[in-house]
Design a protein around this ligand. Structure first.
Ligand SMILES: Cc1cc2nc3c(=O)[nH]c(=O)nc-3n(C[C@H](O)[C@H](O)[C@H](O)COP(=O)(O)OP(=O)(O)OC[C@H]3O[C@@H](n4cnc5c(N)ncnc54)[C@H](O)[C@@H]3O)c2cc1C
Length: 277
């Protein structure tokens, strides 16, 4: 049986490093533990790299997905949803398998990336997913890629992703390595260091949200310990000592400023959980 810690610091398990405590928190190290926690209603998180947890905490159970099995055979990879997508991309690179070059250096788990159809550099999860085992209503169903209903930074998956089967086709090892490493370098060059959850907003009809926020004059704006990054305006960073309220204030300011200047309503990419007030 999975073991919970009471009154545990959920915010510390997320990449913003802000936010309060969960009523109970567990870590799932295998698919049975993950299914048990999810089935009893726990909030499932991977690396918490796309979420903001309220400062007043989460008044329920949460489970951090640390499942980590993967098997390569016959041109596919069957992997647990808790596998880190960047470590999988590295393994693809080392084995000369193509398809995850875009994901090298991407924080988060395969499960989180699948549910949100994470993507970068022209690639995304939808390009690789063959099927996903999803727990909902006490039953695990295998959804085909079509049934996952992938769209830009979203999917139609309702439930907990337990395992994912991904394409893993052999390619030119040198080219795969060069592309993966180039993508990692671009990430390092263009994205700020510091605690964040990546892009705060989705692109608006193809226009990068960062460009709109920058043109609204908000680069470098600070509130408490949080800052709209000087380097990339769609990133809010915790400069140290920020709380989730500081981050949320900047989210709201950015959305309002972009609406005032361009009449565009930015849609949040990061998900909010828990109580903020
Ligand atoms: C520095 C930085 C750079 C980033 N760059 C990119 C980028 O280039 N492209 C991009 O798309 N994203 C990017 N992100 C955002 C983030 O890394 C991805 O969205 C990632 O896929 C989230 O995975 P996670 O495991 O951390 O999900 P979490 O943040 O833990 O969860 C996100 C959501 O998915 C749900 N979820 C998580 N696991 C499961 C599961 N097994 N089953 C069902 N639901 C689940 C959670 O409940 C939550 O609603 C970046 C983040 C950071 C910090």
């Amino acid at each position: 049986m999975i073991r919970y810690l009471s009154d545990a610091p959920l915010g510390r398990c997320c990449t913003f490093l802000t936010g309060g405590r969960a009523k109970r928190l567990a870590f799932a190290y295998n698919a049975d533990e993950l299914a048990e926690a999810a089935d009893s209603g726990a909030l499932v998180l991977g690396r918490g790299s796309n979420v903001l947890i309220g400062d007043c905490g989460y008044a329920g159970d949460a489970v951090i997905n640390r499942t980590n099995e993967r098997v390569f055979e016959g041109g596919v990879c069957v992997c647990d949803s808790g596998v880190l997508i960047s470590s999988l991309a590295r393994e693809y690179m080392e084995r000369g398998l193509s398809g995850l070059e875009w994901a090298y250096g991407l924080p988060g788990t395969v499960g989180g990336a699948t549910v949100g159809n994470a993507g970068a550099f022209g690639g995304c999860m939808a390009d690789s997913v063959i099927s996903a085992e999803v727990l909902a209503g006490g039953k695990i169903r295998t959804l085909s890629a079509d049934e996952c209903v992938f769209a830009y930074r979203s999917s139609g998956i309702c439930g907990t992703v337990i395992r994912v089967t991904l394409k893993a086709e052999s390619g030119n090892k040198d080219l795969i390595r060069a592309e993966s490493e180039n993508n990692l370098k671009t990430r390092r060059d263009k994205q700020p260091l510091g605690a964040s959850a990546g892009s705060v907003f989705k692109a608006a009809d193809g226009v990068p949200a960062g460009k709109l926020i920058e043109e609204a004059g908000l680069k470098g704006l600070t509130f408490g310990g949080a800052e709209i990054s000087e380097k990339h305006a769609n990133f809010i960073i915790n400069r140290g000592g920020a709380d989730s309220g500081d981050v949320l204030a900047l989210v709201n300011v950015a959305r309002a400023a972009v609406y005032d200047k361009f009449g565009i309503k930015l849609e949040r990419e990061i998900k909010l959980y828990g109580d903020f007030f």
